[in-house]
Design a protein around this ligand. Structure first.
Ligand code: HEC
Ligand code: HEC
Length: 201
């Protein structure tokens, strides 16, 4: 409450002075408290969501702007997922910024998950993804998600969602258009078998 008041004061002053405030700065300590309801799904290694047959994504190692963008996408309907739409729906912009500041301090995705695809074949396909996601899936720029060390089953699901239009992002929808089912499996196996870095090493 106090933090919220202080922030609106700061933003008010910034507006009066003519500065542009694109994003409220996140407060990691406040984010830790707000993350309480998320912990059951996002803090248990190897947790598998009950209904679909894929792992809940690891969110460690993701940059703040990407986390905020993902939460907004659920809230605004650009990403469809029952429980995440519910979880993000009630978050304010400040809540999202605080949570993102907290989770971006999580460790990267160091432990490898099991892969079923052919990571070597996947690497050969991943060349055209490197400019944004990094050669090994550790995206260098904060607007791009890190794929390294993410669960293979989640990566497969994410790519299929772009292809099916369930996740609407024009860049990614065009990037994955031509991939076959096998390509998707292999490319996911490649990224899943890489070591994910932390945002702050
Ligand atoms: C019931 C389990 C559950 C709870 C609780 C939950 N999540 Fe999620 N979360 C998921 C699943 C499953 C996905 C992947 C959904 C999809 O396919 O888009 C996800 C996706 C995400 C993503 C996107 C990850 C990426 O790589 O794009 C973020 C960020 C996230 N959740 C943050 C949160 C936050 C913050 C909360 C609490 C406010 C929360 N989640 C609560 C299950 C959960
Ligand atoms: C021009 C930049 C760009 C290129 C090239 C690109 N991507 Fe992406 N990718 C993005 C952006 C931006 C997002 C986040 C979009 C969103 O919010 O849904 C993303 C998201 C993803 C996600 C979802 C990650 C998550 O945590 O949910 C996967 C998987 C992915 N990309 C795989 C690929 C693959 C495979 C390729 C190559 C065939 C590729 N991308 C090429 C920019 C790019």
């Amino acid at each position: 409450m106090i933090i919220r008041t202080v922030w609106s004061g700061v933003i008010g002053v910034a507006m009066l002075s003519g500065a542009s405030v694109a994003l409220a700065a996140g407060d990691a300590a406040a984010g830790k408290v707000k993350f309480f309801t998320c912990k059951g799904c996002h803090s248990i290694p190897g947790y598998t969501n009950a209904y679909p047959s894929y792992h809940v994504p690891k969110i460690g190692g993701q940059y703040e702007p990407y986390v905020i963008g993902a939460l907004k996408a659920y809230k605004e309907g650009a990403r469809k997922h029952g429980s995440m739409e519910g979880n993000a729906g009630s978050l304010s912009d400040q809540d999202m910024a605080d949570i993102a500041a907290f989770v971006s301090g999580f460790e990267g995705k160091k432990q490898e998950g099991p892969v079923t695809g052919d990571a070597k074949a996947g690497k050969a396909l991943a060349g055209k993804c490197a400019s944004c996601h990094g050669e090994d899936g550790n995206a260098p720029a904060p607007n791009f998600p890190r794929l390294a060390g993410q669960y293979e089953s989640y990566l497969v699901k994410a790519i299929e969602d772009y292809q099916a239009g369930k996740r609407s992002n024009p860049i990614m929808q065009s990037m994955v258009q031509g991939l076959s089912e096998e390509d998707i499996k292999n490319i996911s196996a490649y990224y899943a078998s890489q070591v994910g870095l932390s945002v702050v090493e």
